[in-house]
Write a protein that binds this ligand. Structure first.
Ligand code: UDP
Length: 311
């Protein structure tokens, strides 16, 4: 197969590129490098079946080659990153998705959208099933990401219904692993870099809010299975192992052996209080469940950050 992966130099995008090249496919990665990094694809650049182009998906975009699938992973994804780049984030989800769906329609190829658990906003039900419509503030600061992805999902379903495009939508829950940017401001990179530097771990609010963290290899497996499935609606892919931010901080202190203290900082606006995926659908249609325990995944991630920090 020949695949176009947008956001191919990002955290998830680069892992997907690696997976598909290793499986013998040809991969064209596109990225404007505003949050992605060439460092993430350094080893891939030497592979014959991999090619990188620097492109912004929200600008005019021509792909001369035949394609079998497009995976749209281009977007800032960490809250500090998308809050810093609100317009770019909306454009990547809206114009970017539109341009890529048009290419998929013209080339008659599959289209997989990287969506997010943020479509559920600050959920009023827990865990979240795909059938839950969410509780999103449409004009709050986070709306630049949440509403862009909700629009992207709506557009994807419209192209499926109106033009018969073979679409898939993955709703990605919190994911971590090697190649996350240590400075992207998300909770796991923050806590690990703080613990390794002996600095205080910054808990936003009282730290009682929950998330459920999936290791990147589990995500890549779920997304790969979804691409080859016949299912067109949204599918949650994440790890249902829900825990408070405070407990995560303690776990990272335990694994790193750090003596760092914990300090409290203000809770970001509209920060969801609970988040946990219901993965019954993914289990049923993809025969997929996450396999990597949190302690093991965190240990691998800590090892990566230690190496990166030491240079
Ligand atoms: N968080 C925190 N300290 C940090 C960074 C984040 O307590 O240094 C909290 C944040 O308020 C949220 C959770 O950790 O409740 C996950 O935040 P992240 O930015 O990783 O992703 P989100 O799930 O909010 O998109």
């Amino acid at each position: 197969m020949r695949l176009l992966i947008t956001g191919g130099a990002g955290f998830l995008g680069s892992h997907l590129c690696e997976r598909f090249v290793n499986d013998g496919h040809e991969v064209l990665a596109a990225d404007n490098l505003i949050t992605g990094s060439k460092e993430n694809i350094r080893a891939l650049l030497k592979r014959k079946k991999f090619r990188f182009i620097r492109r912004d998906v929200s600008e005019a975009f021509v792909v001369p080659q035949k394609l079998d699938a497009i995976l749209h992973f281009a977007s800032p994804a960490s809250p500090p990153d998308y809050l810093k780049r609100p317009i770019e984030t909306l454009k990547a989800g809206a114009m970017g998705t539109h341009r890529l769906l048009e290419i998929a329609r013209q080339k008659k190829c599959a289209f997989l959208l990287a969506s997010t658990s943020e479509v559920y906003g600050d959920p009023l039900v827990n865990p979240q099933k795909e059938s839950y419509w969410g509780n999103v503030n449409p004009v709050g600061p986070r709306s630049v990401y949440d509403e862009a992805k909700r629009f992207a999902e709506a557009l994807t379903m419209a192209y499926h219904r109106r033009h018969g495009v073979d679409t898939k939508i993955v709703r990605i829950f919190n994911t971590y692993g090697p190649r996350m940017n240590p400075e992207d401001g998300r909770v796991i990179p923050n806590f690990i870099t703080q613990a390794l530097a002996g600095k205080p771990l910054t808990l936003y609010g009282d730290g009682s809010q929950t998330r459920s963290y999936a290791y990147v290899d589990d995500l890549v497996e779920g997304i790969t299975r979804l691409l080859f499935s016949k299912f067109h609606g949204p599918v949650n892919v994440g790890n249902p192992n829900e825990m408070t931010v405070k407990k995560l901080a303690d776990l990272i202190l335990e694994i790193t052996g750090s003596k760092s203290k914990k300090v409290h900082r203000p809770l970001p606006v509209d920060d969801p209080k609970r988040r946990r995926p219901d993965i019954a659908l993914a289990k049923k249609i993809l025969n997929w469940t996450p396999a990597v325990p949190l302690k093991e995944g965190l240990a691998k991630t800590i090892f990566y950050f230690e190496k990166k920090i030491r240079g």
